[in-house]
Ligand binder design. Structure first.
Ligand SMILES: [Mn+2]
Length: 384
């Protein structure tokens, strides 16, 4: 009894007797799930790399290594597309894919720190750290999805003309039945992205928007800046403001004009204090209920600044007190589980980033959302 019973030999003996007992650990459940994931595509990628990249020099024992890198190893090598997916040069073929990643290098809608035009480049580069497999989700993306990177939209130094370009690009992808994933870019792009999707959806589109800011003004400095996308998006007849849910709002950077529009348009603003008070599960439940009410699809817009400023230095308007990564990723899991029709991750501004951590969180968000959708059976229909 006492100390020796808990820490001495008898404790270890007791544990040995219990060794066949499985603890209720998700970590072990997730490890078991890995056994069920095929390795067919990974094998195919490896074989192709040896064929195209040539077999390694004779002195190299590991014969899966090639002379020229043509597969995701090593992480410091290679030309980055997002998550090392194939670059699709001919975008007319985008309909062959479940998911298309698209860079939107646009930051002239920025009202303070610029730099989000370099967001797509930074996100692609740091995404090289990722394998296609997630331990927690128990999903290997390349085994379940046909994914491609269609490169960047040709944006120019004019907000309205760039909107037209973004709208055309997203519309092209979405109309082929391919999930568009936009690597921003500042938040102004939310409007043309939503416009493209709403036009191609039969029925209403709901919007779930993670942000510290409302972005609900009509204009800012006489232009449709990154503080305005949801004002214009919710003017689209089948994207009504009643289906706009804004989560994580708070702090000292929310213009009163935008707050007045919450009341005027009857949108749903969920503050960080609601998350504190109700918890992530409840908040996600409310967000899903409001966004999906009478809607046939829900669009997901993630402003990276919705996370606490300490985690995302590389953004245009950092604001302390936002989501922690664990909270935010949990929220995204609950939202993505119901399926989404498009995803944008915006406001990554690499010139202000430290050790790529803002861009890395953006990568994580996208990869997690896709894996959750695969896990929930909401994505991957073109995969054979
Ligand atoms: Mn914001």
């Amino acid at each position: 009894m006492g100390f020796f019973d808990d820490h001495g030999l008898s404790f270890r003996k007791k544990k040995a007797l219990e060794s066949d007992r499985q603890y209720d650990l998700l970590g072990l459940e997730q490890a078991a799930k890995e056994a069920k994931i095929p390795e067919v595509e990974n094998q195919r990628i490896l074989e192709r790399s040896l064929k195209y990249g040539l077999e390694a020099a004779p002195s190299i024992g590991d014969r899966t290594i090639s002379t020229f890198t043509r597969e995701p190893r090593p992480a410091y090598a290679g030309i980055p597309t997002f998550l090392r997916t194939p670059f699709l040069e001919d975008v007319r073929k985008v309909g062959d894919y479940d998911v298309a990643f698209m860079g939107v290098p646009f930051d002239i809608g920025t009202t303070y720190r610029a730099g989000a035009r370099f967001g797509p480049e930074a996100i692609r580069r740091i995404s090289k750290l990722y394998t296609s497999y997630s331990y927690e989700k128990g999903v290997d993306l390349v085994e379940s999805l046909k994914m491609c990177d269609v490169g960047d939209v040709f944006t120019i130094a004019n907000i309205e003309k760039s909107f037209d370009q973004i709208y055309k690009a997203v519309s092209h992808v979405f109309a082929q039945g391919t999930l568009p994933v936009m690597l921003g870019g500042d938040h102004a792009i939310g409007y043309p992205c939503l416009r493209a999707i709403a036009e191609n959806v039969d029925g209403k589109v709901g919007i779930i928007h993670m942000d510290r800011h409302l972005d609900l003004q009509e204009k800012d400095m006489d232009e449709r800046m990154h503080t305005t996308p949801w004002f214009h998006a919710t003017n689209i007849p089948n994207a009504p403001p009643e289906n706009l849910v804004q989560v994580g709002i708070g702090g000292w950077q929310v213009p009163r004009e935008a707050v007045k529009n919450v009341r005027k348009f009857n949108t749903t603003a969920i503050s960080i204090m609601d998350i504190e008070r109700l918890g992530i599960e409840k908040v996600a439940e409310i967000a899903l209920e409001k966004a999906w009410k009478g809607a046939s699809a829900v669009y997901l817009s993630v402003d990276i600044d919705s996370f606490d400023a300490g985690f995302v230095p590389g953004t245009g308007w950092p604001e302390p007190g936002g989501f922690t990564p664990r909270e935010g990723l949990k929220f995204l899991d609950l939202i993505a589980r119901e399926g989404i029709c498009g995803l944008e991750v915006v406001e990554v501004s690499p010139p202000y980033d430290i050790s790529d951590k803002t861009a890395l969180l953006a990568t994580r968000i996208i990869a997690d959302v896709l894996a959750t959708m695969v896990d929930a059976g909401k994505l991957g229909k073109k995969f054979t």
